[in-house]
Ligand binder design. Sequence first.
Ligand code: PLP
Length: 370
Amino acid sequence: MDGEPLSTLCTPALVVDVDKVKKNAQRMIERCEKLGVQLRPHMKTHKTLECADIMTGGSRRCIVVSTLAEACFYADHGFDDILYAYSLPFDKVERCAILSERLELFQVLLDHPDALEQLKKRPLRDGRLWHVWMKLDCGNGRAGILHSEPEALRLAQAIAEEAGVQLTGVYAHCGNTYNCKGVQEIQAVAKETTSFTLQFMEKLKAVGITCKSSIGSTPSCSHPVQDMAKLSEVHPGNFVFYDVQQSLIGSCGVEEVAVRVLTRVIGHCPHRNQLLIDCGWTGLSLDGAGKLPTGYAVIEGHPNLKLLSMTQEHGRVEPISGKLDYSMYPLGSLLTLIPYHSCATAMMHPVYHVHSEGILVGKWIPTRGW
Ligand SMILES: Cc1ncc(COP(=O)(O)O)c(C=O)c1O
C-alpha cells in the first residue's frame, strides 16, 4: 500500500527506486542533448507507461520497442513515432500494416530482401508509406546485414527505390559492448560501430540516398564518443534501471542501479551451511548463470553471502567463507537482491512496486507477450 515501507510487501517483489529511475533518465537526456543527438529510448527493460513517460520527458514520442505487443500497448496509450526494432517477422506483417495505417509514424526494421517482398505484398492504404529502417551488423554478430557486404548497399537501394516504401534510417546495435570491461573498451566499440555506420551512410550518399542513422546500447551511450554526434539518433534502454552486469562493464556504479528483488529467509539448513530464500528463478531469472563471485545476484549489505543456486521458487544462499551465523538471518527476515540483468529480472514480475526512499508510492504494470 502506498505510504507503507517496503518491508510490508509480500516477497519475492520487484522494487523500483523512482528517484534513481528519474536521475538515470535525466542524465541520458542531458548527455544526448550535449552531444546533439536525438535520444530514442528503448522500452524493452521495463515495458511500462510510467517509465516510458519518464524516459521521453512526457512527450510520448520517439521510442523503440522489441515486441509488437509493446508497440500496440504504447500506441493504445497515445504514444507515436514508434520504431519496432526487430527484424520484420513475417507472421506479424498485417499487424504492422494496421499500426502503420493508424499511427502518424510507425516504423519497422528489416535486414533481408525477402522482408521487403513481404511489405510490397501489403501496400498501405491512403497513400501511406512503410517507414523502414535497415539493420546493419557492425560487429555485434546478431541480426543485421554485414556493413561491409555489397548486399547491404543493394538492399538499402532496393528499399529506397521501392514505391510505397521509404528508407527511414540505418540501425546498428552495438550489443558487443557487453563484452567490454571499462570505459576505454566500451568507447573503442562505440567508435568502431559509429565509424562503420557513418562509412555506410557515405556509401548511401554517393548513390544519392540520405536517411537517418542510429546506433547505441547502454554501455556506449553511458560513455559516448564524440563521433556519435554525427549520428541522427541513439537507442539505449537498460540505463533507466541499470544492473550488476552494467556496473561490471563500467556503464554505471552499483549505487545507480534502480531495481532490487526483495526476498525473505524461509529456511535454515545448518547441515549444509546454507539458508533458503523465497526467490527462485521465477523471481530473478537465471541470467548471469551464477558466474558472479556472489552467484546469481549481489545480496545488498551482505558481501559474504552468495546466491548459489535457484529452483523455481527457492534460492540457496551460503557464505563465501566461514560458518553462517543464523541469528543474523532469522526466518522471515528480508534480504535484498541486486539483479545481474534487470531486463531479465523485470520480465519475471507482473507488477513493479515503486518507492521513494523506501516508502511505497505506487505500482507499475508492464505489458507482456509478443
Ligand atoms: C535492437 C536493440 N536496440 C536497442 C537495445 C537497447 O540496448 P541496451 O539494452 O544496451 O540499452 C537493444 C537491447 O538489447 C536491442 O536489442
